[in-house]
Design a protein around this ligand. Sequence first.
Ligand code: PMP
Length: 418
Amino acid sequence: SSTPTTFDVRADFPILSQTVHGTPLVYLDSGATSQKPQVVLDAEIGFLTRANSAVHRGAHTLAGEATELFEDARTTVAGFLGAEQLVWTSGATFALNLVAYAIGNATLGRGSSRFALKPGDEIVVTETEHHANLIPWQELAARTGAVLRVIPVRDDGTLDLDAAAQVIGERTRVVAFTHVSNVLGIVNPIAELTALARAAGALTVLDACQSVPHLPFDFAALGVDLAAFSGHKMLGPYGVGGLLGRPDVLADLPPFLTGGSMVTTVTLEEANFLPAPQKFEAGTQPVSQAIGLAAAARYLDGLGMDAVHAHERALERRMLAGLREIEGVRILGDASGVERVGVASFDVEGVHAHDVGQFLDDRGVAVRVGHHCAKPLHTRFGLTASVRASTSVFTTDDEIDVFLDALAGVRPFFGVGA
Ligand code: PMP
């Protein structure tokens, strides 16, 4: 059975035409960072060669053009993601820290008290979180006396919603959870988690890093308060990403970083801040990167996110079916009948993940090995490392087959198993 490819995009990605160790590159590491289509590279270079200038400053012509392109990029990316407001950040890690530090500032009495924490208040995360959506909350709890609580994951990789209903309660002030685990590829039950959080009156923070590149994403329809994402995982440039937020939430959240470009009036004693998004955008912004990211959003929109999701779902089914047939391979979170994106992590019994990665690289196949910045999740599955294969719009059936064929050779090569 072949993937019903509704688009053929290989030629749009110049990097894909190369060979590695004499064989064609099979890039299955888009979960770490995706490749970029030529239109994204052109957008950045085009801006830098024709309009580069400081935005929101200066009265000269180029500054005006740059400001317009930068704000158009904001509108394009926010619109693509179904959000009314978008704060530029350097990526998801920054966006999540921004929220945690802003809540910390509210707790210190800065700005509105709406999100201030009291000792004993609870912050809830899940066991599937990337460190970027775990450690900022650990640190916030340590600074404020709040308590961090965790929704556990079941053996099959799905979240334990019965436990979630116990963990989320009247002391819960923040619920931070990932849309899609970067290890398991399973789409978490956002509606259920959001309903529990809302009933508790808690703020909801979504890590959308691994969902926005792969499925139709509609921030407003999801019903969360805030969502973080990274441009470099959605075919865009490095150093840019964002925080999507409901206007009333961004209005009440105090700033994190302070400095230039985020103030109305300043005296030697104090400053007043601009409304969101500017109050969260102190200092010079990643302008050319934001413009590149807008090109990525237009590119994905042109393919159609329903088609992208269907394409990657078919690749995922092929990959999981193949992985299940290889002796000694154990998939992390092998739940069936759940919504997924094209990400799968697995353990090869008797062979270290790094050896598997090296073996595959020798055959041109690029995968990620290690704990993928989700150490607690690996501990939960009794592992210190796993191998992760992840797809993108440019991944083909043939590449999945090359990967599976190579992987089948790993245990025989290392003399493990029958
Ligand atoms: N959350 C998830 C689920 C991720 O996969 C990643 C990137 N691996 C991040 C957060 C952090 O993204 P960045 O490093 O781009 O800030």
